[in-house]
Every structure is written in structure tokens, then in C-alpha cells.
Design a protein around this ligand. Structure first.
Ligand code: PRX
Length: 629
């Protein structure tokens, strides 16, 4: 499965494009299937319909767990580093993790969870989160993990959209000096929801927790600790594995759907190749399992590959900004996979937190989630990798399930701020505004993909039309990523960022419409418009232009608006800047000209372009004057 030289990459890539079915069938046959597929691939991007390994039967957890029991039951599958460094690390061998997952699966099944049911998981970064997801997969239930930083209202939206009847949570989560009462947030969410049959509660922080008899179930009471095995449900390759909600340019987040077979094959294949994983290496992905990176490269990819995956409960700056480096040294981490925003944030503390850290175990560094600027790239390369670790800049999305464009560590060349080359089986194209492919190098355009790879999004849950319109409609016959990109003379891709109304704030994807809707929930607000602006650490910050009748606005109102955003979405969507305005630049047909607001937010006041089509050009002058630095 592993590509180990540039020539091999080129040969493999060529083969994967000329004969995708033969190529992926060969990779897929290295997994455990209960029944082999009848057809490798069936697709069109019009409906769209994509089916990989149709007729094949499997259970992904047998590939993550059972199949390792024969030859490496005692290899560490999961290392857990707690928030508080004074607390003990936990380790699970493949055998132990298998048993934990079986016990959790049995608990869920005993309380009525069955194949096809949707289960929301709202937990901190603790091993039980991985166990809960795997337990769902084992019994064929569809998990929908909700990031622990989201609000009660966000839980309501996701539970309703997924029609979930079960939630798995814990009493609280530790994040740095803070403790977040997850269970009470779930309770708030459930005040107005009557579709939840059971809430499974894992005791983690030990904080006082209200339990509703009949509905709420303690994990430690319900699990039968004497159970060591639990049969894996037989799943069809195209049965749903999970739903993960992600933001788009309009409306509420949509549920990206991933299915069992293709997702398993692709995440494992990319994990092994991009990071050049070797047995017994320790892989530390700093993402939260609430995001796709955690799904694919903390849980499924590494475990299917028989790797040792390290998960960390806390944050990079607590108790101090040397925490990541302490973890690397403590556990002799070989591969570190993190986000540019974390690197920039740690950079801002200078080199002192790195003093006295060895970091000698590191072999490969990775980044994901947003474009990495050259300064951050070199800092990571020089001070963390000590000039000897290749950096892989991995570009992908919730919808792609796995990494689509990246160099392969030490095998294909890196180029700072470039994700570089496509993975085997992936055919990127750049298109211009009219949808014509931009040929030749160098080139610039909107990034699309020509044909399906095994872990491509299948649908948006219960709304296939939304999936079609969002990804397959702008450029017929192509999957549209929503990103812009450049391609250099050698065919390397550089992702320049979103070309739609989606922001990337600290690597978190947030729709401007979503933030506007949240701000508008505040009773004092008449209308708002949200755009991004360059932010030294977060990559993008959130700039909100808000109209409210008390036209001056004030700090108290700002706080109240932030509190509303916290309630509707969560603190990650809080605006960095709120400017009160009396009007917004609108065309005569009432459309807000965001281009102008973006330029003002970015500080490029002299490049506003044509404003003559505005209903009231004076508004622009007022907004320019009131701009917040
Ligand atoms: O804009 C791209 C950016 O993150 C978006 C996907 O966000 P999400 O679905 O939350 O998944 C993030 C983790 C896979 C993309 O459309 N993005 C992701 N990785 C990179 C990136 N931008 C530039 N370089 C990357 N390596």
C-alpha cells in the first residue's frame, strides 16, 4: 500500500487515473471484508450518485480492531494525555480497546440502539469519545459527533436534522483552566426536544450532575464490564457510517454523509502514505474528534492501519505554551499533525517555551485546516522539526473524508505554503468563472475535482438536493470544493482560501450567514453583515457590521451580541470586531455588496471598486470612517 519514492508516486498516480477501479480494488482487497464487492465504482456527478465497492460487506471496526488482535493484540492503539499534566496518562492496547468498544456497543444495543439509528455524541477529548464512535459503528448506528464547544441550540439543530434518538455525553470536559459542563448543556438542549430516548453519560470530571430518571443512563452503571466481545453488525459498503455537520455559505450547517467501505479504504491509504507511517510509531493529531480531522486521522485511519494514535484532552497553551512539546517528549511522538493557527499561536510566545525540549523523536510534521503562511511554515520546520523533519501540508475538507492534496513525507517534495500534489486517484482541475478548465501551468482558478475518490461525500443528510446544488451544480460534471487555488510550473497546488461566504477562523469553518443569523437573534439588532478579515493568529477574524436602532451602539451591546452568538452557535463564532452602522451598502435590488465590506474590513479602503450601483453611496463613507482597527 505504501509509496516510497517519487518514481513510484508518479507511476502509481498514472495507474490510478488510467485504471481507477483496478487501482482501488487492489488497495481495498488488503482489508477485511465479510463479502467481496460486486462492482468497484458506479458514479455520476449529475444526480450525484457515487457508490464504491457496491455489494461488499464489512464492519469498519473489525478493520480497526479485530483484525489486529491476531498479530498485535498488545500494541498500543490509543494513548490519552489528560488536560492536567499531573493526572495519569491512559493507554489502551488493541485488545483493550476492542473490549472497551464491545462493552460500549453492548450497552447501546441493550438500551435499544440499533443499525441505522442516529446517535449524537457530545463529549470532550477523552478515550470514551473514540469508544462511543466505534461502538456506534460496531452496531451499525450512524454517529454524529458534535464538537464540545457548540451551544445547546447547535445541539438542537443537529439532533433535529439527524432525527437522532440517542445522545452520548459526559458530565464535563476540561479545557485548560476551564471546565465545561457538557451534560447541563445537553439538558438545556433537550428542554424543547422530545425525540431523545436516552442520554448516556460518562463520568469524567466528577462534577455534580443532574440525571433524569428513565432518560439518562450512567455509562459506568450500564456497561457490563465482564463482556469481552460483541458481534459486529454486517454493513453494506454504502451503508452510512457517520454524519458530520459542516458550515456552508447559506443556512444552517448541513450533515455531510460518509459511508463505510470507501471511507475506510481512503482514510487508511492516505494515513499510511501521507505520513509514511511505520509500525510502532506514535502519531499525534492535535485536532478534536468533533471535526473531520479527528474522525479520519485520530480514529479510523490510524486504527485501521494498526497505528498508535495519541489523543490530547487539553489546549496547546495550558499550563503553558510548551505543552505540545512536553507531550512530544513524554510520549516520544514521531509524527505531529496540527493546524497553522496553533503554530502561529505558539510562535507568538517566542522560542522560550521550546527551551529544554528535546523533540528528537519527531520524524514527520503535518498541517491541516487552512493555508499555512511561509513564516509559520519555516518556524515549524526550523524550531520544531529542527530542519530535519519533512512537513506535509494536507489539503482536504469534511466533504472529502480524507486528504486529497498533499506531499508524501520525505517522498515527494514540500514547498512552503503549497499543498503540492494530488493523492493517487484524485484529479484536481482549476476552472475559471465561466466554468472552463484552465489548462497549462502556472494557472489560477476555482478548485474542482473531476472524478470520485472513495471517501467523497455521498449526500447531505435528508437533503440530497442541497448536496447537488452545493457541490455539483456550479460546474456541471465536477465536484466544486469552494476553494480557490494556484498551480505552479511543476503542477503543485497552493490553496488560496474559500471563494464563497465561508470563513476559516482558527481552522474552524464558519458560514457568514450563520453568524449573521445568530447576531440577528439579538433583539436590539435590525440587520447585520459579516465578513472575514486577515488575523495574525486565527488566519481569519470575524468582522460584523451591525445596524441597531440605538444607532451609536456601545460596549454593553457588543457584549450582549457576543453572548447571543455564544448561545446560538458557540464562542468559536464570536465576532472579533463589531462595528455599529446606520446602513449597509446595498444594490438597488437590496443585495448587500459584501465585496465592499470585505475591502473595508481588510483595510483596503482605496480599492473599493465601483460603488455607483449602490442605493446610497454615502453609507460607504460612514462605514469607512467608523472602521475598527
Ligand atoms: O478552505 C479549505 C481549508 O479548510 C476547508 C475545509 O474545512 P473543513 O471541512 O472544516 O475541514 C478542515 C480539515 C480537513 C477547505 O475548504 N483547508 C483545509 N486544509 C487546508 C485548507 N486550506 C489550505 N491548506 C490546507 N492544507
Amino acid at each position: 500500500m505504501k509509496i516510497t519514492s517519487l518514481e513510484e508516486y508518479q507511476k502509481t498516480y498514472k495507474r490510478s487515473i488510467e485504471d481507477p477501479e483496478g487501482f482501488w480494488a487492489e488497495i481495498a482487497s488488503q482489508f477485511t471484508w465479510k463479502k467481496k464487492w460486486n462492482k468497484v465504482l458506479d458514479w455520476n456527478f449529475t444526480e450525484p450518485r457515487v457508490k464504491w465497492f457496491e455489494g461488499g460487506q464489512l464492519n469498519i471496526t473489525e478493520n480497526c480492531l479485530d483484525r489486529h488482535l491476531a498479530d498485535k493484540p498488545d500494541r498500543t492503539a490509543l494513548i490519552w494525555e489528560p488536560n492536567d499534566p499531573a493526572e495519569s496518562t491512559r493507554r489502551y492496547t488493541y485488545k483493550q480497546l476492542y473490549q472497551e468498544v464491545c462493552r460500549t456497543a453492548e450497552m447501546l444495543a441493550a438500551h435499544g440502539v440499533k443499525k441505522g439509528d442516529r446517535v449524537c455524541i457530545y463529549m470532550g477529548m477523552i478515550p470514551e469519545l473514540a469508544m462511543a464512535a466505534l461502538a456506534c459503528a460496531r452496531i451499525g448506528a450512524v454517529h454524529s459527533v458534535i464538537f464540545g464547544g457548540f451551544s445547546a441550540q447547535s445541539i438542537v439543530d443537529r439532533v433535529q436534522d439527524a432525527r437522532a434518538e440517542y445522545i452520548i455525553t459526559c458530565d464535563g470536559a476540561n479545557r485548560g483552566a476551564k471546565e465545561i459542563s457538557l451534560k447541563s448543556i445537553v439538558d438545556d438542549a433537550l428542554e424543547d426536544l422530545d425525540i431523545i430516548k436516552h442520554v448516556f453519560v460518562h463520568r469524567h470530571t466528577g462534577s455534580e450532575t443532574r440525571m433524569i430518571p428513565g432518560r439518562d443512563i450512567w455509562w459506568h452503571e450500564a456497561r457490563n464490564e465482564s463482556i469481552n466481545d460483541y458481534p459486529a453488525e454486517i454493513m453494506d459498503s454504502e451503508d452510512l457510517l457517520f454524519i458530520l455537520y459542516t458550515s456552508g455559505s447559506t443556512g444552517k450547517p448541513k450533515g455531510a454523509v460518509h459511508t463505510c467501505g470507501g471511507y475506510m479504504v481512503y482514510t487508511t491509504y492516505t494515513f499510511i502514505n501521507v505520513f509514511q507511517y511505520q509500525p510502532d510509531e506514535i502519531f499525534f493529531c492535535t485536532a478534536d474528534i468533533g471535526w473531520v480531522t479527528g474522525h479520519s486521522y485520530i480514529v479510523y485511519g490510524p486504527l485501521c492501519a494498526g497505528a498508535t494514535s495519541l489523543m490530547f484532552e487539553g489546549i496547546p497553551t495550558w499550563p503553558d505554551a510548551g505543552r505540545f512539546w512536553d507531550i512530544v517528549d513524554k510520549h516520544k511522538v514521531n509524527i505531529l499533525y496540527t493546524a497553522p493557527t496553533a503554530i502561529r499561536s505558539l510562535m507568538s510566545y517566542g522560542l522560550q517555551p521550546l527551551e529544554g525540549k528535546d523533540l528528537g523523536s519527531l520524524k514527520v510534521l503535518g498541517t491541516v485546516g487552512e493555508p499555512i503562511n511561509e513564516e509559520a511554515w519555516f518556524w515549524y520546520h526550523d524550531h520544531v522539526g529542527k530542519n530535519r523533519c519533512p512537513i506535509v501540508d494536507t489539503w482536504w475538507q469534511t466533504e472529502t473524508g480524507g486528504i486529497l492534496i498533499s506531499n508524501l513525507a520525505g517522498v515527494t517534495s514540500a514547498r512552503p505554503s503549497y499543498a503540492t500534489l494530488p493523492m493517487p486517484g484524485v484529479q484536481p482541475v482549476l476552472v475559471d468563472e465561466k466554468g472552463n478548465e484552465v489548462l497549462g501551468n502556472p494557472a489560477a482558478g476555482n478548485l474542482c475535482i473531476k472524478a470520485p475518490w472513495p471517501s467523497i461525500i455521498r449526500t447531505t443528510y435528508r437533503d440530497h438536493e442541497r448536496c447537488r446544488l452545493t457541490y455539483f451544480h456550479s460546474y456541471p460534471g465536477l465536484y466544486f470544493t469552494g476553494d480557490g487555488a494556484l498551480r505552479d510550473e511543476d503542477g503543485n497546488y497552493r490553496i488560496t482560501g474559500r471563494v464563497d461566504d465561508v470563513l476559516n477562523v482558527s481552522g474552524h469553518r464558519i458560514g457568514t450567514a450563520e453568524v449573521e443569523n445568530a447576531i440577528n437573534e439579538h433583539e436590539g439588532v435590525v440587520e447585520s453583515a459579516v465578513v472575514g478579515f486577515p488575523h495574525d493568529i486565527k488566519g481569519q477574524g470575524i468582522y460584523a457590521f451591525v445596524i441597531c436602532p440605538e444607532k451609536e451602539g456601545n460596549d454593553q451591546l457588543r457584549k450582549a451580541i457576543n453572548a447571543t452568538v455564544d448561545l446560538v452557535i458557540g464562542p468559536i463564532a464570536r465576532p472579533d470586531r463589531i462595528q455599529f452602522v446606520t446602513g449597509l451598502p446595498k444594490t438597488r435590488s437590496g443585495k448587500i455588496m459584501r465585496r465592499i465590506l470585505r475591502k473595508i474590513a481588510e483595510g483596503e479602503m482605496h480599492q473599493l471598486g465601483d460603488t455607483t450601483t449602490l442605493l446610497d453611496p454615502n453609507v460607504v463613507e460612514e462605514i469607512k470612517k467608523g472602521r475598527i482597527e
